[in-house]
Design a protein. Structure first.
Length: 103
């Protein structure tokens, strides 16, 4: 069974046991959370496609890590003018393990 979930402006296809990094979510390591909205559920025959969400569908997950991603460097420059700016950014993330999908 699989589900498609929206999080942080992106869509993820999830299966039970899968580990993935999502946008920062509230909670401690070991907490159980439910991911929503569920856009589609499939795997047992015909897939259920929501308009826009599948009613009653729940994806359960466990938080396994709260952290920061690798640094992304932003470098701006204007030729011949001596203008140079170097900045960095580290995005916060939450790593989760999908424990179950119910439709």
């Amino acid at each position: 069974m699989y589900a498609v979930v929206a999080n942080g402006g992106k869509q993820y296809k999830l299966e039970p046991g899968e580990v993935l990094r999502l946008e920062k979510m509230a909670g401690e390591v070991g907490d159980n959370i439910s991911l929503s909205p569920v856009l589609m559920v499939g795997g047992d025959g015909e897939p259920k496609i929501g308009q826009p969400h599948v009613a009653g569908a729940v994806v359960e997950a466990t938080i396994i890590e709260q952290g920061k991603a690798r640094k992304v460097l932003i470098f701006k420059k204007k030729r011949r003018k001596g203008y140079r700016v170097k900045r960095g950014h580290r995005q916060h993330f939450t790593a989760v393990r999908v424990t179950g999908i119910s439709a």
